[in-house]
Structure formats: structure tokens, C-alpha cells
Design a protein around this ligand. Structure first.
Ligand code: IMP
Length: 436
């Protein structure tokens, strides 16, 4: 096999960026297929932390092509800031990074609408990242979206926007108290963006087809997580794209069989940002301890994350909706010193057992997790590089996670740095990926 997908198997923030960065040298290309700057992928090496939002986490490796496909969103203003950050790290994206001309653009208008709608919703807000994700995907589906390739012609973008404003978008902005954009002003912005982005925009579909046909290995990089998937997540508290592995071929225009293996990333516990169901949340001292020890604050928004125990019901569901072949367990070091540990092994609804995450329907408020307690360990894990060197409690915890999820653990992260990883302890990844 050649091609691997790395997807989030919880509510995002599982540590996909680190895993993708680590595996990237084995691949010819790393491809983002959905989401936009709502994502915050953190890569730590050489004592520096790099936060990526649009750009695939393979960008730090020479000779790895980084592609952003048609199903992703790009906010030119934010992307340009991100490119500046890369420049400071000594990386020239030209020749490394290619953005699909078909990817849709987040305009300042979309950000304003996102923020205004969230503000109006008040206590029933989704808790979005306010990056304009929902409105930009809505514009795409309503066919008044702007694609990256369209930026070549600012006057045309202005004319199309004018048409959309007249068709009701201006009324929508006014109703929400969001500024109605002036098309001429947008045309000026577009010209500035295009000057910077033109060398980076092209035909990702064709390049990807050629790469796959040549048998060169491709890593597909997911953003957000399975439980934020627009169809299969905890709707309406979800993002606006398909975050699951099935979204990869549709978003990129490639054959489903091109996705040969799927690695799901899970934290050793659980977190969620924004509102919505979170069955294993702990709003007391354990949640606070996890937030503190795991530095659980959003990469994109800085918001404190909600924290709780590992949810094996959700993990089993994520395995099924993605077809996961294995898990990578991250932030395992954070559990040191917490004793006993808990895992939700089932749910009860009004006292009756619930077999599957998808059986809950909307009855989240009445749901009670069924807990299993496991002994903890006190030793720090950050220096451990082999499964054999883990304390017995930690081995047992990992084995139980794998057993409950129904797939093996193929990688364990014990700290933010690239080095702080138990890499492929069972040789599963090497067996799946021929690599280059
Ligand atoms: P949106 O994607 O900004 O529209 O936000 C919708 C929901 O997805 C909110 O609950 C966000 O907090 C959540 N979300 C979006 N992107 C991420 C992410 O990268 N990590 C974690 N949560 C995210």
C-alpha cells in the first residue's frame, strides 16, 4: 500500500499535525481535503512551535509536495499571514505548496456573517471558530461562492458579488448588522491577494491524479474530527464539511480506492471546543487538571477546551464511520499521576444500555456513561520511546483502548515534540505503507 489517510477520531484537536509531520517524509505528497483556517495544526521541532491553519503539516520537509484540494476553504488574508510565518521559519512555499483553483475562498463577508450569527444565537450558539467556515461553505452550496482561481479576475469577482448582494445577500448582512461589502473595494483586495497567491494556485486535481497513477505515496490530512462531521457528527454542533475518510475522494476528485489505509488520531482522554454533546465531559477538578496538564487551549481561538475521559463508544463509532485501520494515541503523557483512570465503555439512556453512538439520537441530556475504572501510574512518560518501557498501568490502558475501539494502536505520542513519540511499535504502519 502507498496511501494513508490521517483523520481526527474525536472532536478535533487530537494532534493530527504532529502525526502528519512525523509521517510526511515517507510520502511524496501531503493533501488537505476539507476545512479551512478553523483548523490549527501544531508542529513542534527544534524548540519552536509552528501553528498551521491551511497549509498541510508536511510543509517542513524538503521534497514533500503539499496540496490543498478543491473541498478545502482558503481565507486569503489568513493564508498570507501563515505564509509570512513560514517565511520567518526560512521556508519558501513556492514549489512546495499548491492550492486548488477550485477551493473556495473565505471573504471578510463570510467571517462577518459567522460572527454576527453566533452573536445573535447567544446561549444557543454553535461556538464556531468565527472564521467564516459555515457561511463560505453555504455560499459554495448556494452557488455564489468565489473560488481561488476566480481571484485572477477581480472585476469578475466584484460583478458576481454584486449579483449575489442584489439576490438577497445584502439584506442578510443588513439584517444581522454585518457590513455590506462594496464590490469595488473587494476587487481591490482581490488584486492584492492574487499578486501574492498566484504562484501557489493551480490544478491540484491533475497533479494528484498523476501522483497516484505514478504510484507515488500520498498522505491525506484530515482536519477537525469524526464527531464534527457535517453528516455523521453531533449535528448541529458540527463543522460544515465531511471530516471522515469517505470525504477524501469526493473532495479531491479521486477514486475511493486511492485511500488505502486510515489512521485515526485520538487523545488518550477527550476534549471539545464549542458547544454540543460531550458525554464524558468532566466539569470539575479532573477536567481542570486535564486542561492544565494538557495545555488544552485552542490553537486557532485560544479558547479553553472542555475536557473529560476517553469515550470508547465514540471511538468505536469513529472506527466505523471512517473505516479506521488503527489508532494513534496522543497526549498519553498527560495521564501520568491521575489515579484511578476512567473510560466510558458504554452508555445508558433512561437506564437502558445504548449499543452505538448513532443510537443516541438527540437524547444527549439523558445519557449516562457506563464507566470502567483502570489503575493509573505516577511515572512521567515523556522520555519513553518503546512500548516495553511504559509502566504496567500505561500498557494496560493502551491495550484496553485498542480492545474497546476494535483496532490496534499504531503510534503513541508522549509529548509535543517530534521526538516524543513511540513510533510504529508493532510495525503496522511500515507494513501498510511502502513509503518512498
Ligand atoms: P466552525 O468549523 O468554525 O464552523 O465551528 C463549528 C464547530 O467545530 C465548533 O464547535 C468549533 O469549535 C469546532 N471546530 C472547528 N474547527 C475545529 C478544530 O480544528 N478543532 C476543534 N474544533 C473545531
Amino acid at each position: 500500500m502507498n496511501n494513508l489517510a490521517v483523520v481526527g477520531a474525536q472532536w478535533g484537536d487530537e494532534g493530527k499535525g504532529k502525526v502528519v509531520d512525523l509521517l510526511a517524509p515517507r510520502f511524496s505528497a501531503v493533501v488537505r481535503f476539507q476545512g479551512g483556517p478553523n483548523a490549527g495544526h501544531t508542529v513542534v521541532f527544534g524548540g519552536r512551535t509552528h501553528a498551521l491553519h491551511h497549509i498541510p503539516s508536511g510543509i517542513f520537509h524538503d521534497g514533500v509536495r503539499c496540496l490543498v484540494g478543491a473541498g478545502a476553504l482558503v481565507d486569503p488574508e489568513r493564508l498570507i499571514e501563515e505564509l509570512d510565518g513560514l517565511g520567518e521559519a526560512g521556508i519558501d512555499p513556492v514549489g512546495r505548496l499548491l492550492l486548488s483553483a477550485k477551493a473556495h475562498v473565505i471573504l471578510p463577508l463570510h467571517r462577518a456573517l459567522d460572527g454576527a450569527m453566533e452573536a445573535r444565537l447567544g446561549t444557543s450558539a454553535i461556538g464556531t471558530t468565527r472564521r467564516g467556515i459555515g457561511p463560505a461553505y453555504a455560499a459554495k452550496a448556494q452557488r455564489w461562492g468565489v473560488r481561488l482561481g476566480d481571484l485572477a479576475d477581480g472585476a469578475r469577482v466584484a460583478a458576481e458579488l454584486d449579483r449575489a448582494l442584489a439576490a438577497g445577500v445584502a439584506d442578510w448582512c443588513r439584517a444581522l448588522g454585518a457590513e455590506v461589502p462594496e464590490p469595488e473595494r473587494v476587487a481591490e483586495q482581490v488584486a492584492v491577494w492574487w499578486e501574492r497567491l498566484e504562484p501557489l494556485v493551480g490544478n491540484v486535481t491533475r497533479e494528484l491524479h498523476e501522483t497516484l497513477e505514478a504510484g507515488r505515496p500520498v498522505l491525506f490530512e484530515g482536519a477537525q474530527g469524526a464527531l464534527l462531521d457535517v453528516d455523521h457528527g453531533t449535528y448541529p454542533f458540527v463543522t460544515s464539511s465531511s471530516t471522515v475518510a469517505g470525504g477524501i475522494p469526493a473532495s479531491l476528485g479521486i477514486a475511493p480506492r486511492a485511500v488505502e489505509a486510515v489512521l485515526g488520531i485520538v487523545k488518550a482522554y477527550a476534549t471539545r471546543v464549542g458547544a454540543g454533546p460531550f458525554p464524558t465531559e468532566d466539569t470539575g477538578s479532573l477536567g481542570d487538571a486535564l486542561r492544565e496538564a494538557g495545555r488544552e487551549f485552542g490553537t486557532t481561538t485560544g479558547r479553553p477546551r472542555r475536557c473529560g475521559w476517553f469515550d470508547a463508544v465514540a471511538a468505536r463509532y469513529a472506527v466505523r464511520i471512517n473505516g479506521l485501520d488503527a489508532l494513534a494515541v496522543t497526549k498519553f503523557d498527560v495521564l501520568s499521576g491521575i489515579d484511578p483512570l476512567r473510560i466510558a465503555v458504554g452508555y445508558a439512556l433512561d437506564g437502558d444500555p445504548v449499543g452505538d453512538f448513532s443510537d443516541v439520537g438527540d437524547a444527549w441530556d439523558r445519557l449516562e456513561p457506563i464507566w470502567e475504572e483502570l489503575p493509573g501510574w505516577s511515572e512521567p512518560l515523556t522520555a519513553v520511546r518503546r512500548l516495553e518501557d511504559l509502566p504496567a498501568g500505561a500498557r494496560r490502558y493502551l491495550d484496553r483502548v485498542a480492545e474497546l475501539a476494535g483496532v490496534p494502536v499504531a503510534l503513541v505520542s508522549v509529548g509535543p515534540d517530534r521526538e516524543q513519540t513511540i513510533v510504529d511499535p508493532r510495525g503496522l504502519l511500515s507494513a501498510w505503507i511502502a513509503g518512498r
